[in-house]
Design a protein around this ligand. Structure first.
Ligand SMILES: Nc1ncnc2c1ncn2[C@@H]1O[C@H](COP(=O)(O)OP(=O)(O)OP(=O)(O)O)[C@@H](O)[C@H]1O
Ligand SMILES: [Mg+2]
Length: 484
């Protein structure tokens, strides 16, 4: 073939030649499937993480919300798995991706299926809240990629339904969350059960230094990729604060939502009871809203999220269970009805908008008792948030009869001590405690599952010990895991 003909062939196959993904080392059927799935040029985190991952290196990848981290770990794993062929051991998983919430695990698995169409790569999901029998059946013959939340996976490994002995690829998505105290024991156990020569990749938009130190312990000589400093917020997201007292927040939110230029909105509440109260109040004020939190059935959780995803739900009220990783491209606004307990959650919450180059608006309603939390957020994002409006010159309205505004405990405390500090301590500023606080978006408290992987079935299903329960009560603070 002469030079001219060669050029003509290249022009007939523009993807194979021009795709940035080819330059990163992806090829053949995978490259074709990736391009067909709609992924265009590689994002910076993909360009920097894929080559070293393909070369066998462990990766610590930090990049902003909505910047394409999922493909940054999924594509090189797919590349390696395609090269391995289809022979799999029974009950085994070649790659394991751990995520902190069920909805995120579902989304990751869907994304992997979308980019690997026609490649004969098998995937499975293992998560709590849904039938375990079908999960066990799915992995019986072995799978290529298992996406899981830690709790259910620990159970299935302990009961011998899944073996991680041949798992050579391990990913912790939302790694700082996965290594926070609530998940750490489970994640360590699972990591220990994988192949000793496994390759590990950790990804998140936030990585507080004390968690980064824990992360080092799971990896071997990792390549650290930091596209922007950790906890940076996306510049396309316009952020601001509205100062409003607790009971003013309801009407402030209703006024905001009445503006029809506000498209799809996610409203974050710190607690499950708070999320229910916000939803009820929105309905009383004439809005239709779906709610997602940890007290809802898995069916209801996924239904609310799917409705939001397909656009049939305009307003989704959520706890931090939906703060991390959830990718719904149309979200125009994030409203923080109250500030999160952990400053990092702010970064993840607002990152549900302004994804993949889109614009977004994030508004935080801040009661004077929350200003310490606000300062903590501003410290980690290294930005002073502008105050867009203040309602503090007006008095807090009287509570409307029979309309709770917060948790039952807060309500009780309010009644006993109107205007005073909550006895539950929730209004107290939180010390930075990435390692001291259990996880918000966790499916059940780690205390339930602190048994070795080879412990008996009865123990697997065990309830938290009374001692631990009393301990929590004594400290007077519900673990965030329950709060979500
Ligand atoms: N190369 C690409 N070309 C086009 N779109 C892309 C590309 N990579 C990722 N995307 C899209 O960008 C969106 C955000 O990606 P993703 O969910 O992986 O972000 P993330 O970095 O994991 O965010 P978060 O920190 O919130 O989890 C997704 O809708 C994804 O399909
Ligand atoms: Mg993600």
């Amino acid at each position: 073939m002469n030079k001219k003909e060669n050029l003509a062939v290249e022009q007939e196959q523009p993807h194979a030649v021009t795709s940035g993904f080819a330059a990163l080392g992806l090829s053949g059927a995978l490259l074709k499937a990736v391009l067909q799935s709609g992924l265009s040029d590689p994002k910076p985190i993909q360009a920097q993480a894929i080559p070293p991952y393909l070369a066998g290196r462990d990766i610590l990848g930090i990049a902003q919300t909505g910047s394409g981290k999922t493909a940054a770990f999924s594509l090189p794993i797919l590349h390696k798995i395609v090269a391995l062929g289809t022979k799999r051991g029974p009950k085994s998983a070649r790659a394991l991706i751990l995520a902190p919430t069920r909805e995120l695990a579902v989304q990751i698995e869907e994304m992997i299926r979308a980019v690997s169409k026609g490649l004969h790569v098998s995937t499975a999901l293992v998560l709590g809240g849904v039938s375990r029998a079908s999960q066990v059946k799915k992995v019986r013959l072995g799978v290529d990629i298992l996406v899981a939340t830690p709790g259910r996976l620990i159970d299935l490994v302990r009961e011998g339904d899944i073996s991680l002995a041949e798992t050579h690829y391990l990913v912790l998505d939302e790694a700082d969350r996965m290594l926070d105290m609530g998940f750490l024991p489970d994640v360590r156990r699972l990591a220990k059960a994988t192949h000793p020569k496994r390759q590990t990749a950790l990804f998140s938009a936030t990585m507080p230094p004390e968690i980064a130190a824990l992360a080092e312990g799971l990896m071997k000589d990792p390549v650290r990729i930091e596209i922007t400093p950790q906890s940076s917020t996306v510049k396309e997201i316009e952020q601001g604060v509205v100062m409003a007292r607790k009971r003013q927040k309801r009407s402030v939110l209703a006024t905001m939502l009445a503006d029809e230029s506000m498209g799809q909105v996610i409203v974050f509440s710190r607690t499950k009871h708070g999320a229910d109260a916000v939803t009820r109040n929105l309905e009383r004020d004439g809005f239709t809203a779906a709610v997602i939190h940890g007290n809802k059935s898995q069916n209801a959780r996924q239904k609310a999220l799917n409705g939001f995803r397909d656009g049939s739900v305009r307003i989704l009220v959520a706890t931090d269970i939906a703060a991390r990783g959830i990718d719904v491209p149309g979200i125009s606004h994030v409203v923080n009805y109250d500030l999160p307990d952990e400053a990092e959650s702010y970064v993840h919450r607002i990152g549900r908008t302004g994804r993949n180059g889109a614009e977004g608006i994030a508004i935080t309603l801040c009661d004077p008792s929350e200003t310490d939390k606000l300062r903590q957020v501003e410290r980690i994002i290294r930005t002073r948030l502008p105050v867009l409006a203040s309602h503090l010159d007006k008095p807090d309205p009287e509570p409307r009869k029979g309309e709770p505004t917060g948790t039952p405990r807060e309500e009780q405390a309010n009644r006993r001590n109107p205007g005073g500090k909550s006895r539950s301590g929730h209004s107290q500023p939180r010390k930075p405690s990435h390692t001291a606080s259990p996880q918000a978006a966790k499916e059940k408290p780690a205390a339930n599952r602190h048994q070795p992987l080879n412990a008996g079935k009865g123990e697997a299903a065990g309830k938290p010990s009374r001692k631990k329960f009393r301990g929590r009560r004594r400290f007077g603070r519900k673990p965030a895991a329950q709060a979500a």
